[in-house]
Design a protein around this ligand. Structure first.
Ligand SMILES: C[S@@+](CC[C@H](N)C(=O)[O-])C[C@H]1O[C@@H](n2cnc3c(N)ncnc32)[C@H](O)[C@@H]1O
Length: 241
């Protein structure tokens, strides 16, 4: 027996509608592509529509999303210093930040481009600062973070953050600090993900790869997916300069 779909006041029909709206849009966008700005507008409209139900949706039968917990466990295993300054990038309602907070990390900021989702994140009451902007817009400009982390946000589609934001994110991380991203493994091979940017940063010793690990059970397997294990990928880079 799992914990999914057990919220007393959650209407399951919302889950079905979300699945059609959001996963339908993402699947189409990943397979066929469409204009980035049109797609961005469409994904943001859907996030806003479901903002109040987002946490229930992620915890429901339709999504069974646990990626944020997988990443919080990995961060907790890697980093003993709970006072580290952390940015949950693309935090949405703050599920990853919350999972880190539950593991005693005390110094967590969040950023996202959706004000509705950020409102929910703010209501959780532990984020020190929340920044609203697309990509890295409106983030601080100094190297202040020990860790920038992100779950379920990178590579979802062309209009979600991809490697193009790495160079700007790296500039906010202290030397020796970490960029740690959890995504679905199958998204790493999408044609819109430009690994040349990362290769160049590795070649110039701006970053080094600490590890790349694959863990099953990112979320529910959808009917249109070939990967029946729902593999998550954790990409961990250390900032060298
Ligand atoms: C699937 S949600 C994941 C949210 C959260 N990290 C989690 O684990 O639940 C993806 C998030 O990425 C944000 N997002 C999408 N495109 C973005 C962009 N170009 N820049 C910044 N955030 C973006 C969305 O607003 C949304 O909150």
């Amino acid at each position: 027996m799992n914990n999914f779909s057990k919220m007393p006041d959650f209407d399951e029909s919302i889950g079905k509608q979300w699945h059609e709206d959001f996963q339908g849009l993402m699947h189409k966008a990943r397979e066929n592509g469409c204009g980035v700005d049109d797609e961005f507008g469409a994904q943001q409209e859907i996030y806003t529509k479901y903002a109040e139900n987002y946490d229930n949706l992620m915890n429901s039968e339709v999504e069974q999303y646990v990626g944020f917990n997988i990443l919080a466990n990995a961060i907790n295993e890697h980093f003993a210093d709970k006072s580290f300054r952390i940015l949950d990038f693309g935090c949405g309602t703050g599920l990853l930040g919350e999972a880190l907070h539950n593991r005693n990390f005390q110094n967590i900021d969040g950023s996202d481009c959706n004000s509705g989702l950020l409102k929910s994140a703010g209501e959780k009451g532990f984020f020190k600062n929340l920044y609203c902007g697309r990509g890295t817009a409106n983030l601080p400009t100094e190297r202040i973070y020990d860790i920038i982390c992100s779950s379920g946000t990178f590579f979802l589609s062309r209009s979600h953050p991809c490697t193009e934001v790495f160079p700007d994110l790296i500039k906010l991380i202290k030397r020796g600090g970490s960029l740690i991203i959890l995504t679905k493994k199958s998204y790493l091979d999408k044609d819109y993900v430009d690994w040349g940017i990362v290769k160049e940063m590795l070649r110039k010793n701006i970053i080094e790869e600490v590890e790349r690990v694959y863990i099953p059970g990112y979320r529910k397997v959808f009917e249109f997916e070939k990967d029946r294990l729902s593999m998550a990928a954790i990409l961990h880079y250390r900032v060298l300069q």
